[in-house]
Design a protein around this ligand. Structure first.
Ligand code: DAH
Length: 358
């Protein structure tokens, strides 16, 4: 029985010393497993005479129950401690400020389209759109651009394989074909602006093969050059947010307008830095003119009854001027640092539209 006492003390000490569940399991196997110390004792019972077997069997069973109970108690303690440790390790400090969520921003081109649409929207214009892929009839012919015009040449225009309505297919080189589509589909009075993508074979700091323009078209019975001037002066001043921005109309030539005018705004280039406003210098920002009667006729509109004006401008160009973006190519590099720097919060629109009366 001394041996049994010693085994008991020894096993209970092992149980107590088990530092984690894994160690405790090893102790259990060593005591109660198939080849464990207590199990080995039990196996010896068969060789005892009945009297000794009864006493020893009872003592072994007491030992077995005691050890199993000790192991179970220890397991509960260890499990509780493990849970405590996990809870302590994973504790969340709910008083910490929330991590700021990353918000996307509006690309300067989207922002500029929104601004331009807002300004012309206040003047009663609606937005019209057309396809990027056009036949050369919409892009050139209907706009009175003659067959030999240099703009039609392959070094300027992307021609696509295949024909559209029996004519060469092009990526539109300007938004002016939307004028044609609008006049073919709607009766005057017409008052639309047409923002959209345009394409030309060109690539440098101020040209990208894909860029954006906004086209404008007004057709009715009485609109004249004075309206063209008033409308574009108001636009330039609202867009740049300068109430008395100098605006100048310079005679020019476009096949689709007669007469035609390029529009310059006042600026200064003192010290090599471009500043929009009163500076005695001029900067060209858009093309315009009275719609050529030949274009009206191509669209089935009677030029003896209707007249109006049109204009077109590069969106990136006016965005670069307003927001001081030096290189056009950066618009399309998808550099997140650039987008974060020049992008706009999605809800900033009303305050960003300079000069609008609200
Ligand atoms: N389509 C011209 C271009 O891409 C811009 C333009 C000039 C459009 C005069 C017009 C206009 O509607 O009247 O350069």
């Amino acid at each position: 029985m001394d041996d049994l006492d010693k085994l008991r003390t020894d096993l209970l000490a092992q149980v107590d010393a088990a530092a984690d569940l894994k160690a405790l399991e090893d102790v259990r196997v060593g005591a109660l497993g198939k080849k464990g110390a207590v199990s080995e004792l039990m196996k010896g019972l068969g060789r005892m005479d009945p009297e000794a077997r009864r006493t020893a069997g009872a003592a072994f069973n007491v030992l077995k129950t005691e050890i199993a109970g000790a192991i179970e108690a220890r397991r509960k303690r260890l499990e509780g401690a493990a849970l405590e440790a996990r809870l302590a390790g994973e504790r969340i400090d709910v008083t910490l400020p929330a991590r700021e969520e990353q918000r996307g921003s509006l690309h300067p081109v989207s922002q500029t389209i929104d601004e331009v649409v807002a300004i012309f929207g206040e003047m009663g214009f609606t937005v019209a759109e057309g396809p990027d892929i056009e036949s050369d009839w919409y892009n050139f012919t209907a706009l009175n651009i003659p067959p030999e015009h240099p703009a039609r040449q392959e070094q300027d225009t992307f021609y696509l394989p295949g024909e559209t309505d029996g004519r060469p297919t092009v990526l539109r080189t300007h938004t002016s074909p939307v004028q044609i589509r609008t006049m073919l589909n709607a009766k005057p009075p017409i008052r639309v602006i047409c923002p959209g993508r345009t394409y030309r074979c060109d690539y440098d700091a101020t040209h990208s093969p894909m860029f954006h323009q906004v086209e404008g078209l007004v057709i009715d019975e009485t609109t004249h050059m004075g309206h063209l001037k008033g409308c574009l002066i108001d636009f330039c001043r609202a867009y740049f947010g300068i109430d008395d921005l100098p605006v100048r109309f310079r005679p020019s030539y476009f096949p689709f307008t007669e007469p035609s005018a390029e529009v310059d705004i006042g600026c200064s280039r003192a010290g090599g830095e471009l500043k929009i406003g009163h500076g005695g210098d001029w900067l060209e920002i858009l093309g315009s003119g009275m719609v050529n009667p030949a274009v009206l006729e191509n669209c089935g509109i009677d030029p003896t009854r209707y007249q109006g004006f049109a204009f077109g401008m590069g969106l990136e160009r006016i965005a670069m001027l307003k927001y001081g973006i030096p290189d056009l190519r950066t618009f399309y590099e998808s550099d997140l640092r650039w987008l974060r720097h020049y992008g706009f919060a999605a809800l900033d629109l009303p305050s960003m539209v300079g000069g609008l009366s609200r």
